[in-house]
Design a protein around this ligand. Structure first.
Ligand SMILES: Cc1cc2nc3c(=O)[nH]c(=O)nc-3n(C[C@H](O)[C@H](O)[C@H](O)COP(=O)(O)O)c2cc1C
Length: 427
């Protein structure tokens, strides 16, 4: 191992800090300002950087109630360095759950469990915490991901239920035919979104995101491929948007103004008979009018068998850029944003205001901390973990040879005069 110490990374005990980009300065000279690590704002909610943990279903709830796993999962992500962590798609009524393992927020026990989880999670970092509210529509009543290899729709013997949708059209041939919602059912679900939002506010969330994509109920109403109605909830674009807008209006009306409201928009169905990017922009503008603060732009999944362009790094970023250019909403990009420099460029070039990451955060729940070192930003670690900071741990540079962490006295683990194995000995 001695040999390894003879080959320190480039930044080890280097010259005074002097990076070429940016304008701010510190005692050591000019420092680079990272756009990704600059503070941001959604509505009146201030967020310490532009990194968001995208909602990710965990299939680990019992009767919709959060379990210890949820605290472990969300708690771990609170220590990722992200400024905002959004809790998984959470159903607004029982038949709106995707699986028996999905979270719900339509019962006092569910609210109490999430409130308890939030109390604990908040002790871990100052990241903001949001929740995504959903109704799975015709894609409800499926097996959880670990069980899905057996087939997606739940069989009767595993507790299947009849899903609901704008029209009685199954997602696919072997999927259950959903019950067509009548006016009473539609109003019930709009009210359920508002009720869950009220519960989310009481539980202490900073932000609520309405799930309007991925082939779930709100998307079912928006897309002409799943909505064949001829009443006020279907047909024209304005009619197909009505359900989404009424939900957003109802949710906004019950949320205190300091709680941010977002919407996951389907950018395109990737099909000539489906919704287009122009539909998405029209929806975004209408949502802005009823008080939605941000849009996160996803795409696809309205029906199986549609050929879509192969995913590539940042493949959905142009959709967020379109929203940023053509509406007043805060624009969030998601999808294969995995590298710090890539994320930095998206925010720095003004392609999106925030970047949301899902699988990169599962892969590396310290993604944001490592990204900070890669981009020369100085962010706080959980106090319990400061001995792994680049300024306290020689090994950091060997594990992350590409990093250019700033020379900093932030969160030193011992007096600066004591320098055994401390890499940043420039002072
Ligand atoms: C395990 C897992 C669960 C997910 N659950 C949700 C969810 O609850 N709500 C949602 O809108 N998207 C969900 N997604 C999609 C992600 O939020 C994200 O949009 C997608 O994975 C693309 O981002 P990525 O390339 O960073 O993974 C999930 C993705 C994963 C991997």
């Amino acid at each position: 191992m001695g040999e390894v110490r003879d080959m320190p990374p480039a930044w080890f005990a280097g010259p005074p800090v002097s990076w070429s980009v940016g304008t701010a300065s510190n005692k050591q000279g000019t420092i680079r300002m990272s756009a990704l690590f600059s503070p941001g704002r959604i509505g009146s909610l201030e967020i310490e950087n532009r990194i968001v943990v995208s909602p990710m279903c965990q299939y680990s709830a019992v009767d919709g109630v959060a379990q210890p796993w949820h605290l472990i999962h969300v708690g771990g992500l609170m220590m990722s360095g992200a400024g905002l962590v959004i809790v998984e798609a959470t159903a607004v009524e029982e038949i709106g759950r995707g699986t028996h393992g999905c979270l719900g927020l339509y019962h006092d026990d569910q609210e109490a469990a999430l409130a308890g989880m939030l109390d604990e999670a908040r002790k871990l970092s100052s990241a903001r915490i949001g929740i995504q509210l959903t109704h799975c529509g015709r894609k409800a009543s499926t097996r959880t991901i670990p069980e899905r290899w057996k087939g997606e729709p739940l069989p009767a013997e595993e507790g299947a239920w009849t899903p609901v949708a704008p029209s009685a059209l199954a997602f696919d041939g072997h999927w259950p035919v959903p019950e067509e919602l009548d006016e009473v059912g539609i109003e019930r679900i709009i009210a359920a979104f508002a009720d869950s939002a009220r519960r989310a506010a009481r539980a202490g969330f900073d932000l609520v995101e309405i799930h309007g994509a991925h082939g779930y109920l709100v998307h079912n109403f928006l897309s002409p491929m799943s909505n064949r109605r001829s009443d006020q909830w279907g047909g024209t674009r304005a009619n197909r948007m009505r359900f989404a807008i009424e939900i957003a209006r109802a949710v906004r009306s019950v949320l205190p103004s300091d709680i941010a409201l977002g919407f996951r928009i389907n950018s395109t169905d990737w099909h000539p008979d489906g919704s287009s990017l122009e539909d998405a922009v029209a929806l975004a503008r209408a949502l802005e009018e009823v008080g939605v603060d941000y849009a996160v732009m996803s795409a696809g999944n309205i029906a199986p068998g549609i050929s879509i362009p192969p995913a590539s790094p940042g493949h959905q970023v142009p959709f967020a850029t379109e929203i940023k250019k053509r509406t007043g909403l805060v624009a969030m990009a998601v999808g294969m944003i995995a590298q710090p420099q890539q994320a930095e460029a998206i925010v720095g070039n003004g392609e999106a205001d925030f970047v949301a990451l899902a699988r990169p955060m599962l892969d590396n729940p310290r993604w944001g901390l490592h990204a900070a070192a890669a981009l020369g930003a100085d962010i706080r670690y959980p106090p319990q973990y400061i001995r792994a900071r680049p300024n306290n741990w020689l090994g950091f540079g060997f594990v992350h040879p590409e990093a250019t962490p700033p020379d900093t006295s932030l969160q030193l683990d011992r007096p600066r005069s004591v320098s055994w194995d401390r890499p940043m000995s420039r002072a």
